[in-house]
Design a protein around this ligand. Sequence first.
Ligand code: SF4
Length: 272
Amino acid sequence: MFPYENYLRLDKLPHIWCTGCGCGIILKAMLRAIERSKIPKDSIALVSGIGCSSRTPGYVDFNTLHTTHGRAIAFATGIKLTKPELNIIVISGDGDATAIGGNHFIHAARRNLNMTVIIYNNHIYGMTGGQASPTTPIGNKASTAPYGSIEPSFDISGLGIAAGASFVARSTCYHATQLDGLILKGLLKKGFSLIEVLSPCPTYYARPNRLGTAVDMLRWYKENSIPFERARKMSDEERQGKVVIGILHDTEKSEFCEEYQKLIRKVKGKRR
Ligand code: SF4
């Protein structure tokens, strides 16, 4: 039995998430990954913005910061630059990270800042009432798109890769044990690591789109996810409507904090 209580602020429970929400599954996978990483609790800073996912830091016993909407990565950047010894984990949602915080997301990835960003992608703004987010699939309904969204949606992982992240992985709440391993790899990776997790929102996403219960959503993830290695051998048509999971991108490249320290040493050397 995993000792979750070692990592939880039990006095903050019960949590606020709806029955069947995927947020708790991701939280638990993150705790298992942290345990496996052997990173000391006190050296972790967990930063979130606003949204259902962003309540995560309130329930766990690390250095935690619950910030403003979309700005988690901006706050996390400040922490990392002033205390580079800390291991930074950012918790964000699809709306928080790719709409309001879109610029922070792409520029932190471009800089390859050493942090692990976990994005809970439930295709909707949950906490604020089910508005369409940048990942609401075209044609799907939201409170701000009652006749179906007419906007193409973002591929969060693809955006992270294109912007310059050194590690990008995708999973779903059905693949909870695979998720541990992906988050662990992200934690141990030097540079910007992105873990996108498809997460059920039975309340505001499933209901208007008639997707059934949380169990139905998990079943859909199970039946429609394909591992990256298999997806590579499939045509675009065969991949249509499928969720490609696993490590999508893993590369070595210079990391921002190290480059910044090098620059400081260089500038100081010149002044002597
Ligand atoms: Fe989870 Fe959706 Fe409820 Fe928010 S509104 S807690 S995302 S199920």
